[in-house]
Design a protein around this ligand. Structure first.
Ligand code: A2P
Length: 416
């Protein structure tokens, strides 16, 4: 006689390869390393994911929020997921016959079989919600399947020709087709051609450097800050597929754009909110967008303070150096940190923040201050440590301030 059969049903967490822009946010956010990737896809280990949902809101595209009901024994392996171009449809496995009764039948965000409700995860270092007064962003209006074609109307080098860093300011015009953006959002570029495996290149994500009302006010265009990649993180020679494509574009060329993306790294809309901005290199793009929007709004009565810490190797390699210097001192408090100026000690943004501790503390003390960090991955630790030291020195207990900043959408981190 047969005994009872144990049929365990799993709500398997999957990432949609068609929408995913491979920005690595989910892998960085996952507190238990359930997410991994190869050159092709980002994937979730079914045996590790506990459905804690920590990765859901940081994902700029929503690709992360996909679930399929499967028999646990038949869960999609990561090897299988790494080969996917599209997600499998729900409704093709044995588990489907069982799901209505055993798993509740809700496809969206239910997590794994172990009930995720009530799991508190606070390993995320920044906010996963936008500022309360941020405008509502549009996301995913244009996708890999239906990108928007934009025309290059400007492309010029921001860094001195004598330097190694080749950073470009690129302006894309959308003609009469809407591409609504907010400061802090990003877009994806689909580089032409195929990867060595014959597949189309996946999209590369770039922060938008212009404000919501256009690089040129009233125009339907955006700007990007793109660094030509010529080596990998180990210093080995590699030519970045998309950055080289973009930096070589001529006026009049067209590019395929997807997005916009991002619904949390957004600026507050209330006029008396303060912005504390910390960036390195091309991480200046969202700071430029926010600063320029505030500059335009200031004329209409925005009163909040702006304080900027900006790191680069040298003055000649700092994008937007000249324009930043031209901004009035009573509008923005700009602080540079140069790490490779000959004859000068190496300075990072976190060092300069410490030098300005009293003024940073004054901003931290104010509930209307919103903090933005964008740039090299390595700076994240350094900046958080500097904020902690400054807060603690000035009687603002960091261990209570930090969670509050996160909860209130007031600490936004975007590093790569
Ligand atoms: P470094 O001279 O040590 O590379 P890049 O030009 O590579 O985009 O870097 C921008 C700036 O960020 C450089 O001044 C670089 O200094 C600096 N940087 C590198 N690592 C860190 C870090 N861990 N924290 C803060 N700044 C950093």
């Amino acid at each position: 006689m047969n005994g009872p059969v144990s049929i365990e049903v799993l709500k398997q967490h999957l990432i949609d390869p068609e929408i995913c822009i491979r920005c690595n946010t989910c892998e960085e956010t996952c507190p238990i390393d359930a997410i991994t990737h190869d050159d092709n896809n980002y994937v979730v280990r079914a045996d590790v994911c506990n459905g804690c949902m920590a990765c859901i809101s940081p994902c700029p595209t929503g690709a992360i929020d996909n679930w399929r009901t499967v028999l646990r024994a038949e869960a999609y392996s990561i090897d299988e997921q790494l080969t996917w171009d599209v997600l499998p449809a729900q409704g093709t496995t044995a588990a489907d016959a069982l799901r209505a009764g055993q798993a509740g039948g809700n496809d969206a965000g239910a997590g794994a079989a172990a009930e995720p409700a009530g799991i508190e995860v606070d390993t995320v270092r920044g906010s996963t919600v936008p500022p309360w007064s941020a405008a509502k962003p549009y996301v995913n209006l244009y996708t890999h399947k239906a990108p928007l074609r934009a025309t290059v109307v400007g492309n010029y080098r921001l860094t001195e020709a004598s330097t190694e860093s080749d950073i470009h300011h690129i302006v894309l015009d959308f003609g009469t087709t809407p591409f609504p953006v907010l400061e802090g959002q990003s877009l994806g570029i689909l580089p032409p051609g195929t990867a060595p495996d014959g597949r189309a290149h996946h999209a590369r994500q770039y922060s938008i450097a212009s404000p919501r009302d256009g690089e040129r006010k009233g125009y339907n265009n955006v700007s990007l800050t793109v660094k030509r990649v010529t080596q990998d993180y180990q210093g080995k020679r590699v030519d970045g597929v998309c950055s080289n494509y973009l930096c070589d574009l001529k006026k009049g060329d067209t590019v395929e754009v997807i997005g916009p993306f991002g619904n949390t790294f957004l600026m507050p809309n209330h006029a008396d909110s303060h912005l504390l901005m910390i960036c390195t290199g091309t991480g200046s793009a969202p700071m430029r967008a926010m600063t320029e929007y505030r500059r335009r709004r200031r004329l209409k009565g925005a009163t909040g303070k702006l304080m900027l810490f900006f790191g680069a190797r040298t003055q000649e390699e700092l994008p937007y150096f000249g324009p930043l210097l031209n901004l009035p001192k009573d509008f923005i408090d700009t602080n540079f940190a140069f790490s490779r100026t000959p004859g000068q000690p190496k300075r990072y943004v976190q060092d300069v923040m410490r030098e300005r501790a009293a003024d940073v503390a004054q901003m931290l003390r104010d509930d209307s201050t919103y903090i933005y960090v964008c740039g090299l991955k390595g700076m994240e630790d350094g900046v958080l440590q500097a904020l902690q030291a400054i807060a603690d020195q000035h009687g603002l207990a960091w261990e209570t301030l930090w969670p509050k900043l996160k909860r209130d959408g007031r600490l936004h981190l975007e590093t790569y």
